[in-house]
Write a new protein. Structure first.
Length: 537
């Protein structure tokens, strides 16, 4: 490896605002990046990782953001304070960036060909047939199947993994010296994540570029990086070779991060525990209509004849890739979407029950959603959010009793009851998810569908939420349907496992047995994609 420092960041600081409102997001960060090397910036949300990466490209919102001090040099050229023409020449040519969410990074109104070709036009003046040929070459390079037929596609016509591949193609169009990848796999399924990481490693080896990888996933750091910088509250608290830092972490924060993976074992219920929720031959088919008179020509079989049974104090994990039907199954069991098949809750067949008759039973069936910010109304206080179900089901005789019930629910999920007069935006992601869990718990349900409740959270917060859910279940005997694509979280919580693909069950049984010895190729691929990340290499 060359000893010439391709990128040198020295004593970099980033502040937002001025005076009393000034926030120091990055405080004196220094690191270097060599040609062909992979450096990971790792830390939890708010640690300053992405702000540091955006600073390298000078993409922060000036003048609100500024650099009180520090230097960023690319091959000897100073980027901090550089004139706009210099920065434009660097961006996309010598340094390129792949962002976290490809759907919001791509223009929804422009074809894939136009968006990739734009980079070639700006930096190389390449147009027409030459540009089209280069776009096709780039799409083949990043593994887009039948690239020639995809040129006119709009972003929404591609899968999440394909959209991220297009973003990588755009970033690589001018064969940059440095590729900055900012959480490029967070929004992707575990198998697609493994494919994208493998692709980045292969492209890096082929093109000889340096990779600055931003992530909060320590498994990805083990897999991808040569060196790691651990960030906490805007500072680098530890740096060094990945093998050294992970085997013998020196800083307490690094030690805490490495110990934060969800641990513990599920609460195995008694074999004769009463059935709380049972679904038999559940089907959810969405019609595909065509023609002038919109006749049904086929169906999308989102859930296609699935049986599931969940007992008191029991957790059934449902895993699979996006589009496999996991969430649709949960919504069908709660009677939130139409379905065929038998659904029995607490001994009562609710499949054909009218909404009026079903309403009293809804108190006992609750759901916690994936995005805690999107599922909480920003216009309601925490007390109003948690207490809404109390009002609907008329569970409190007075405002004082209602407030006491809200207080008890917040205390149970580890929140200060005095926070009930505050609003969701005043809380962290983990705290917001605790609020969402409190909203479900206040009704004392017997069954909760947990739809990816930890996927939007940092790894240390994930571990806290898993411990909380397990503790609540042991105290109240609640039955959980736990939907996730994160098999490490599922392993810590689920007693039994259902593996879904294309609306059908591929494999089901005791979770410990399936994790130890998966029987189908699809389940083995899921397991390999999730747990191979734990291996240094």
């Amino acid at each position: 490896m060359s000893q010439a420092k391709l990128l040198e960041v020295t004593d970099l600081a980033v502040s937002f605002g001025h005076g009393a409102e000034e926030v120091q997001a990055v405080k004196g960060v220094s690191f270097t990046l060599d040609k062909g090397e992979t450096l990971a910036l790792v830390g939890e949300s708010g640690s300053g990782k992405s702000v540091t990466a955006l600073s390298v490209l000078q993409l922060l919102p000036y003048p609100r953001a500024r650099h009180p001090k520090g230097s960023i040099r690319l091959g000897g050229t100073e980027l901090v304070g550089a004139p706009e023409p210099t920065l434009r020449a660097m961006r996309g040519d010598r340094i390129a960036m792949v962002f976290q969410e490809p759907m919001t990074s791509l223009n929804p109104l422009h074809s894939i060909e136009r968006q990739v070709a734009e980079v070639l036009d700006i930096h190389q003046g390449m147009r027409g047939a030459a540009a089209r040929a280069r776009v096709i070459e780039l799409l083949h390079l990043v593994g887009i199947p039948e690239a020639e037929k995809r040129l006119a596609a709009l972003p929404h016509e591609l899968s999440g993994g394909q959209r991220q591949r297009v973003m990588i193609a755009m970033a690589l169009a001018n064969e940059p010296d440095i590729l900055i990848a900012d959480e490029p796999t967070t929004a992707l399924d575990v198998t697609i994540q493994a494919q994208i990481l493998k692709l980045l490693k292969e492209l890096q080896a082929r093109l000889g570029m340096a990779l600055l990888f931003i992530t909060h996933d320590l498994g990805i750091v083990r897999k991808m990086a040569d060196r790691v910088c651990v960030m906490c509250q805007g500072e680098i608290v530890e740096t060094g070779p990945v093998a050294t830092v992970f085997s013998a972490p020196a800083h307490p924060y690094t030690q805490r991060l490495l110990a934060a993976e969800p641990k513990g074992k599920p609460n195995r219920p008694a074999a004769d525990a009463p059935l709380v929720m049972e679904g038999k031959a559940i089907k959810v088919w969405f019609p595909v209509k065509a023609g002038l008179f919109r006749h049904t020509v086929s169906h999308i079989k989102a859930v296609d004849g699935i049986d599931v049974a969940i007992r008191q104090g029991h957790t059934v994990g449902v895993v699979g890739e996006s589009g496999s039907g996991k969430t649709t199954l949960g919504l069908a069991l709660l009677r939130l979407i139409g379905s065929e098949g038998a659904i029995v809750f607490a001994g009562t067949d609710i499949a054909g029950m009218s909404p009026g008759r079903l309403r009293p039973l809804r108190r006992g069936m609750q759901m916690v959603f994936q995005d805690p910010y999107g599922s909480l109304s920003p216009r309601l206080s925490v007390g109003e959010i948690v207490g809404e179900g109390i009002e609907v089901h008329r569970l409190a005789a007075s405002p004082a009793e209602r407030r006491a019930m809200i207080t008890a629910a917040l205390v149970e999920v580890g929140l200060d009851p005095d926070t009930q007069d505050r609003y969701p935006h005043e809380f962290s992601g983990g705290q917001r998810q605790r609020i969402a869990i409190a909203r479900a718990l206040v009704l004392k349900p017997r069954f909760i569908v947990l739809d990816e409740p930890t996927s939007a959270l940092d790894v240390s917060v994930q571990a806290q939420i898993v411990d909380l859910l397990r503790d609540i279940q042991s105290r109240h005997g609640i039955a959980y349907l736990f939907i996730s694509h994160d098999l490490r979280v599922v392993r810590a919580l689920a007693d039994d496992l259902v593996v879904m693909k294309d609306g059908r069950v591929v494999e089901a049984g005791r979770a410990d047995a399936l994790f130890a010895s998966p029987q189908t190729a699809y389940t083995r691929a899921l397991m390999a994609a999730a747990f191979d990340l734990d291996v240094v290499g």
